[in-house]
Design a protein around this ligand. Structure first.
Ligand code: ZN
Length: 293
């Protein structure tokens, strides 16, 4: 039996950048004075009747964006690649626990959940820090507009290359913090100590903000194709990879062994993960491996 269709609503709601469909549907219901729990139960009822992707259809029927909009947002946020439309819709409309929050200045104070991503770290329009894993009340003004905005542009360009995984970005930030805490250089340590001395300091939020320029500069290095050529060539010889990194990090004053050790281990791990991923890809399409002979 064909399920009853929802009616288009009078008050349209514009989706925020990378917003999740669950958050969008909730905002659409609130804007049109509909109880979201009633809509959720109707969607669940339609799903139990054997109809798939009912949330995608419900949002469309209520006057929201086409499912392609949310699927594109999901792909942009996660970097996922799939040629299975059914799986893509399932993943896009799955309720998720890990989300990022949009800049509350951009959303007029509303808490808008977006797909978990590593495409950007701050709102360039309002200069607000949108750290990974933050809550809306953790959003902060950046300490220095010119330096942090410049770093953010480098960060975005590096993240867009596709060379950086979430794990590598997080590991780089941890390595920068450990380097600053243990060895310096003084500018890094001063940034960290100044942030730690401020009232309301939150570990993982304020220290990450304080060291964003340094982290972005390192990520820019790790996003260069030449870095990965070196990693491919030297992965079996960690000592040579360390020496290569030491040369590339010569702009850091003083001893940077904490950084070099952490990055060497992470780069070797990232290469191994990439090779395994490629292996799975070729095994999934064995006919494409067949040569002309
Ligand atoms: Zn903003």
């Amino acid at each position: 039996m064909r399920p009853t269709a929802f009616k288009p609503q009078a008050a349209p709601v514009r989706p925020a950048q990378l917003e999740t469909p669950h958050c969008y549907l909730h905002r659409l219901c609130v804007a049109n004075c509909i109880d979201p729990t009633v809509v959720a139960s109707l969607i669940a009822q339609r799903a139990t009747d054997g109809h798939r992707h009912q949330m995608a259809l419900a949002i469309l029927e209520l006057g929201g964006p086409h499912p392609i909009h949310f699927a594109r947002s999901y792909l942009r946020a996660t970097g996922a690649q799939t040629d299975d439309a059914d799986k893509l819709l399932t993943d896009t409309y799955r309720r998720r626990t890990a989300v990022r929050y949009a800049c509350t200045f951009c959303t007029a104070g509303r808490d808008v959940e977006t797909f978990d991503h590593h495409r950007f770290c701050l709102c360039l329009r309002h200069g607000r820090w949108l750290a990974p894993g933050h809550q809306p009340h953790h959003q902060r003004p950046i300490p220095d507009v010119s330096a942090w905005v410049c770093a953010e542009r480098h960060y975005r360009r590096a993240a867009a290359t596709g060379f950086l995984t979430r794990r590598l970005i997080d590991a780089t930030w941890h390595a920068v913090r450990d380097q600053a805490a243990l060895l310096g250089p003084p500018a890094w340590t001063q940034n960290l100590h100044t942030a730690q001395a401020l009232p309301g300091f939150i570990d993982g939020i304020d220290d990450r903000l304080a060291l964003h320029p340094q982290t972005a500069r390192l990520l820019r290095l790790l996003a260069l194709p030449g870095t990965w050529y070196a990693v491919d060539a030297l992965a079996r010889s960690p000592e040579h990879l360390r020496a290569q990194l030491r040369r590339q990090l010569a702009w850091i004053p003083g001893d940077a062994w904490v950084l070099v050790e952490a990055l060497t281990a992470e780069l070797i791990y990232s290469r191994q993960a990439r090779m395994q991923q490629l292996g799975r890809l070729f095994n999934r399409h064995p006919h494409r491996n067949a040569g002309p002979f």
